[in-house]
Design a protein around this ligand. Structure first.
Ligand code: CO
Ligand code: ZN
Length: 330
């Protein structure tokens, strides 16, 4: 599974530019499902036909990023954010732009960046090594998208990479499809790899409207509260997948979360309960489709979400696959 995750985190995929991620996933799942299709908005759907109620799983392919907003006469770029970029992590980072150009992020020099109190995004700039505007424009344009330069490291069961939000959800979904035993699947199963989650859970909205499932489950990352002096979040790495009760965008269906908890207990799969006061997932969009869909989420506790150092524990990932497999099979 580690190789799959590595492949996924090295793919370029800020919101609306998910194609390279999609190509990898298509190849991984095509043999595992009855049909693979894309909708007009760009969501990728793997469908395993089944007799009963329909279940939609959603994992988002996109990642947070930046977009070039201005190129000055000396060739320095200014950037806007795609999704919830955390500005305080920007200085000193390498950005990889679409097309392969790399740049280094710094802060206007009147104040040292580490002393600057006013960290307005317009004060950050990216140096791509261009000597002037003309040479810069040969490499990037206004509107070119960029991401934190991909990297991947593993130490024991812990892995660190930018874009684990939500390539890890994609990896869980792919691995689940590989592990499911066809004859035992008790749902009409739609596994949706969504686009544009980070800019307003958009892909899930249209996909859920199209599919109108009976049940929806999002697979995504959540925060962890197990770092030095961290806020009081009751989630920790390695304690099992998190079954969502609530986040800033939804209260999970009591019926579905209870079913998930019972499945975990019955199969002795470790799990944690998630209550998160900030952020949400695709499940919040699925839940309010048409007349309402019973929705829940299975999350992977992750440290430093939306930074280049997103860190999680692989045992949680493996247990999430197990839990979902047991949930879906009879
Ligand atoms: Co996110
Ligand atoms: Zn996410």
């Amino acid at each position: 599974m580690e190789n799959l995750i590595k492949k996924l985190v090295y793919a370029f995929g800020p919101s609306s530019k998910e194609n390279s991620v999609k190509e990898i996933i298509k190849e991984e799942i095509s043999k595992e499902v009855d049909e693979v299709y894309e909708d007009n908005f760009g969501n990728l759907v793997g469908h395993i036909k089944g007799p009963n109620k329909s279940l939609m799983l959603a994992a988002h392919m996109d990642q947070i990023g930046v977009m070039v907003t201005n190129i000055d006469k000396n060739g320095f770029l200014r950037i806007g954010s795609i999704g919830g970029l955390r500005k305080s992590f920007l200085v000193g980072q390498k950005i990889l732009f679409e097309g392969g150009v790399e740049g280094f992020v710094y802060y206007e020099n009147k104040e040292s960046p580490w002393e600057a109190k006013d960290q307005k995004l317009e004060k950050f700039y990216v140096d791509i090594g261009a000597t002037d505007r003309t040479s810069a424009k040969k490499l990037v344009q206004i509107g070119t998208e960029g991401i934190y330069k991909p990297s991947f490291s593993a130490n024991g069961t812990r892995i660190t990479a930018p874009a684990l939000d939500d390539r890890i959800g994609c990896a869980v979904a792919i691995q689940l499809l590989k592990n499911l035993r066809r004859k035992k699947i008790k749902y009409d199963l739609y596994v949706v790899f969504t686009v544009q989650e980070e800019i307003g859970i958009k892909g899930a909205k249209v996909s859920s409207y199209d599919i109108t499932p009976d049940i929806g489950i999002a697979l995504d990352v959540t925060d962890a509260g197990d770092t030095p002096e961290s806020p009081a979040i009751s989630l920790a790495l390695g304690k099992g997948p998190a079954i969502k009760i609530m986040d800033a965008g939804m209260i999970a269906s009591k019926k579905i979360r209870t079913l998930l908890i019972d499945t975990a207990k019955k199969n002795k799969i470790p799990y944690q309960l998630e209550v998160l006061t900030g952020g949400t997932t695709d499940a919040a969009a699925i839940q309010i489709t048409k007349t309402g869909v019973e929705s829940a989420a299975v999350s992977i506790s992750t440290r430093y979400v939306h930074t280049p150092g997103e860190t999680l524990d692989m045992t949680d990932v493996e247990n999430a696959v197990k839990l979902l497999k047991k949930f879906i099979e009879k």
